[in-house]
Design a protein around this ligand. Sequence first.
Ligand SMILES: Cc1cc2nc3c(=O)[nH]c(=O)nc-3n(C[C@H](O)[C@H](O)[C@H](O)COP(=O)(O)O)c2cc1C
Length: 373
Amino acid sequence: MNVDLGRRTDDGGLGAALPDCLSAAIAAPSIHNTQPWRFRVAEHHIDVLADLTRRLDVVDKASRELYLSLGAAVLNLRVAIAAHGRAPIMRLLPDAGKTELVARIAPGAAQHRSETTRLLARAIPQRRTNRRPFFAIGVPPEVIAELQAAAAIEGARLVPVDATGRDAVLGIVRTAEMLRRRDPAYRQELANWTIEVPPRRDGIPPAAYGPWSALESIPLRDFGLVQPARHRTTVSFEPEPTLAILYSAGDGPEQWLRAGQALERLWLTATVRGLATTLMTQPLEIPQLRSLFHDRDRGQAAQAILRFGYGPPAPPSPRRPLESFVMDHAPAARTGWPSEAIRPVGTPRIGTFGSGPVPSGPTWRHSGSGPMG
Ligand SMILES: Cc1cc2nc3c(=O)[nH]c(=O)nc-3n(C[C@H](O)[C@H](O)[C@H](O)COP(=O)(O)O)c2cc1C
């Protein structure tokens, strides 16, 4: 899909750009590629909802990583709307008490497409999780600074790990990975999301597992753990990986959604700059280990551990078809959306929420302070 509609439709909708925007949203990263989102398209806005049936009960009891994933989808949707020449207007958790409704996003006034918007939008389908060894080339400080700025735009803090802290961080990730591998419930959950059952289009495909790190110098999550038949080569990874930790102020659904947007904005920025990225979130899924990363001075919680570098290209992971994410929406005659473009399938599994026009008022704000709006 490559529709370019900078113009408002008569009723303020996105018109034919809608499928493009939703395709951008579902290209977001998600824990174990669970794709835990749904969308309800109404006359003047898109609701983003959590699909709680896709939560990982073993590693993500609190739904923190589910909300991070949803935040990433929200960021992509905002970028895509901006790339179509409309100011995205967003409200997180618009219905107090209903945390399944994570965001309501409306296309606002026509606006100029900035260069940043254009680059970020182009990076959405190119972004990948790369679990391969990276070249022994350092990431320049100015590129790290750009990633930090990207996180800051979304209200999060990206803290590079220095040479002294690197071994400590890798040691904690290794401890977490070892603990998990011994847990039958973890292995079962991992099996559920790594077993290939064509035409299944979620979970981690074998091509994306990556090779073994010799001596486990970099303890990436072992997606081949329960797939011993999958032969994986053992290779040496870069000796001095570039690591960083993403922090947020506060630690609840709203902060997770914000951290997810920060994660995706910095990941897209990394993609624009030709950087490969991997997440290593294992210790953040075990409360005792996660607490080791808390920044007590600032009262900030660690949300993600990232590895950056320059590496060979990584294969894509699949996505379910767009139609499977779209819930029933307002009758076609009333909507600004082309109903033939998106046909919702299946019965909504999440309770229904109000789908009237976007209310105006002080609680609505433009969705970001960066050039993308
Ligand atoms: C909150 C979150 C946590 C993740 N944790 C890990 C991880 O610990 N190890 C890993 O290899 N990938 C991790 N990922 C990456 C996902 O596995 C990846 O996004 C998904 O498989 C889709 O692949 P893609 O990013 O290439 O599109 C995480 C992603 C998210 C959003």
